[in-house]
Design a protein around this ligand. Structure first.
Ligand SMILES: [Zn+2]
Length: 342
């Protein structure tokens, strides 16, 4: 089969489109013919190499996978060949205390497709049966691949961690990212007032199209000054962070008293600081978030399948052009998900 792999860490040029043996499934696994796979920033980090993390080489990236089941192992009881499925990006042991309590994203053996195990940048992928979620007939594979990781991440951040309440004020950093575009829609579904940031007029317009009530240009405007102006000096109840150092200080300044900041990433750098006097006197909550549970994935995908939440697709590339897809994400040219199709 054809696959895009990297044999060493580095820039997009380490990605090689090549012929490799087809994966063999275990009795509890299914074989999926990949029809679409969405890129995430994780792909760029894993490709470049993460200090302290050893990735087995050669490695196949790709966490967000949709395709057709072509074979089910003899121990599989639910999934049938022919099903059109999306795969849960996150995998866990399903036996530890956290897993059996439903907190599978806290499993010590938590892994993702494309990270520790081979992902979906290939014509075929072997997957555990439990990871398969059936998709509606009228749903394209591209739409199905664009949804899981970002909607799961944004849902867990806003619902489980920040405990978003209807009508609250929410600041969403970087609307053009997959998680940002998901967060705007989730917050609007709960009748919140959403202030989003983006870079440049075209992306600001798209943020408004997604439902943002206000859009701030994070290159030309001071985010916290604009938030204070819009909220009449109060600040927002929830800040949705994932940008890191570049926006951290402005994000904190945007918080109302008793506000919650929830973060799932630090794409511009992780060495951020905080003046502790503000943390305690304003009674802020700083919340970390990572992926989400299998139950939450099923829950949020119901809204996606009913088209109450819409995956935003930026561009679709043939898998053979994987380098160009990585470059687009690396240069921040995208709005929404970049997808490859084998
Ligand atoms: Zn576990």
């Amino acid at each position: 089969m054809k696959a895009a792999r990297h044999h060493q860490h580095g820039g997009p040029d380490v990605l090689v489109y090549e012929d490799i043996p087809e994966p063999k499934i275990r009795p509890d696994q299914i074989l999926v013919r990949v029809r679409a796979c969405a890129l995430n920033h994780l792909d760029l980090f894993v490709r470049a190499g993460i200090p302290g993390i050893k990735i087995p080489m050669p490695h196949i990236l790709g966490s967000d996978i949709a395709g057709e089941v072509v074979q089910a192992g003899e121990l599989c009881e639910r999934v049938q060949p022919g099903w059109r499925v999306a795969l849960s990006p996150g995998l866990s042991c399903r036996q530890c205390d956290q897993c059996v309590s439903g907190n599978d994203n806290l499993c010590r053996r938590y892994a993702l497709f494309g990270y520790a195990v081979d992902g979906g940048n290939a014509e075929l992928v072997a997957a555990p049966e439990y990871s398969a979620i059936r998709i509606p007939d009228d749903f394209t594979f591209e739409e199905a691949a664009a949804a899981p990781l970002v909607f799961l991440t944004a849902w867990h951040m806003l619902m489980a961690r920040a405990r978003l309440q209807p009508g609250e004020d929410v600041l969403v950093l970087s609307a053009s990212s997959g998680v940002g575009s998901a967060a705007i829609q989730i917050a609007k579904m709960f009748q919140c007032r959403v202030i989003a940031t983006a870079g440049g007029d075209a992306k600001l317009a798209k943020a408004r199209e997604l439902g943002a009530d206000h859009a701030i240009d994070h290159y030309r405007q001071n985010i916290s000054a604009e938030v204070r102006r819009i909220t009449e000096k109060r600040g927002v109840d929830v800040v949705f962070e994932h940008v890191g150092v570049a926006t951290w200080q402005r994000s904190l300044e945007s918080l109302a008293p008793a506000g919650r900041l929830v973060t799932c990433g630090a794409t511009t750098g992780y060495d951020a600081g905080i003046d502790l006097r503000f943390l305690f006197s304003k009674q802020w909550s700083l919340l970390g978030s990572f992926m989400g549970t299998m139950g939450e994935l099923r829950q949020v995908l119901q809204f996606v399948f009913r088209r109450q939440l819409k995956p935003v697709i930026d561009r679709v590339y043939p898998l053979a052009e994987i380098r160009a897809a990585h470059e687009r994400l690396e240069k921040k040219e995208q709005f929404g998900k970049v997808i490859v199709t084998p």
